[in-house]
Design a protein around this ligand. Sequence first.
Ligand code: NDP
Ligand code: MG
Length: 381
Amino acid sequence: MINISILGSTGSIGTQTLEIARKKKDINVCALAANSNVSLLEEQIREFKPRIACLYDEAAADELRGRVADTGVKVLSGMEGLIEAASLEEAETVVAAVVGMIGIRPAIAALNAGKKLALANKETLVCAGHIIMPLSKEKNAPILPVDSEHSAIFQCLNGEDRGAIEKILLTASGGPFRGKKRDELAYVMPEDALKHPNWSMGRKITIDSSTLVNKGLEVMEAKWLFGVEAENIEVVVQPGSVVHSMVQFADGAVMAQLGLPDMKLPIAYALYYPNRVYMEGDRLDLFSIKNIVFEEPDREAFPGLDLAYRALERRGNIPTVYNAANEAAVALFLDRKIGYLDIVDTIAECMSECRFIDDPDVDEILETEKEVREFIKGKIR
Ligand code: NDP
Ligand code: MG
């Protein structure tokens, strides 16, 4: 039996994790947590019968408590609830699939409790990689990447000497605006940016994929996960999302992982690692694909990618500034309060204006987030 807790169970990754748990009788769900989606969490509680459920939002948790009183599940709320769900004694793996920096403290709690961390929430590593990676080592609590590119790299590194990595080739689909120039993007609306060509994902990451900020966040995620410097991480556009990423080794060999764009594969790989299990579904048909094309990313149309490299170079709390500014700006864009190009312009402005902190602890990371949010609020008022 694999006992798991899922943080972010009502989201895109969370529901796909539960789809796997529904089919695989050896996965037992101990805890489910989300923000405010009472109805879906109630359904999930009735189907998967966890011991603990948590809604971050207090009022929503109260409502849920009333609705599921007959089930015996313990309903928690707030950060305390998320931390309890992340450190539950009987859970051996915690699936970290909340969106945004709210995931940092629960991820730390899971590692402190010695859990395997199946990590989708890349924002955690971007902001707190310097805390998370040593903690994972100290507690002997492995981090198993769920992000498809990082899962691909992790698979390519199976049995390899990490010292022999020459380069990580991180693939990108290029998003819905691949081929467009910057001035063609000025009037992009949320509904245009929410149409990803290959993947169906949550709203925030779908916008991030369209600006290439997602790829910027993934460069930072890869640096922490695999201990590779930014200059040895190269982004390669592969429009069909068939090649999920590659590793180039010291002898010149390049290993790649290919597959259909289906997040259930990397999720299952993280849950069952080091084993592979049967997963139903279509298989890659190379004869119908015929061509796999690679392109360089357009760094002028999508400056969010280079900003990520710059944030890594500046270190300290600057990756947090990059991430927090993006989270705030994407929310404003989805609310139609700012334009599409303002998202990355806001990140750039915050990176030049916000206070630098070297080697920030978790409190300083969260203070930085607050400062960034206030700075942005002050600007759009
Ligand atoms: P979604 O927006 O679909 O889901 C987000 C989940 O987080 C929901 O369950 C939501 O709950 C929950 N949540 C939001 N805020 C809080 C909070 N304050 N406390 C507790 N739970 C909260 O996102 P995705 O599933 O797309 O993405 C999740 C993470 O995985 C992100 O970090 C993303 O970058 C990463 N990822 C996602 C991929 C994908 O294919 N979707 C691929 C690779 C990485 P509620 O429903 O109640 O709001
Ligand atoms: Mg990805």
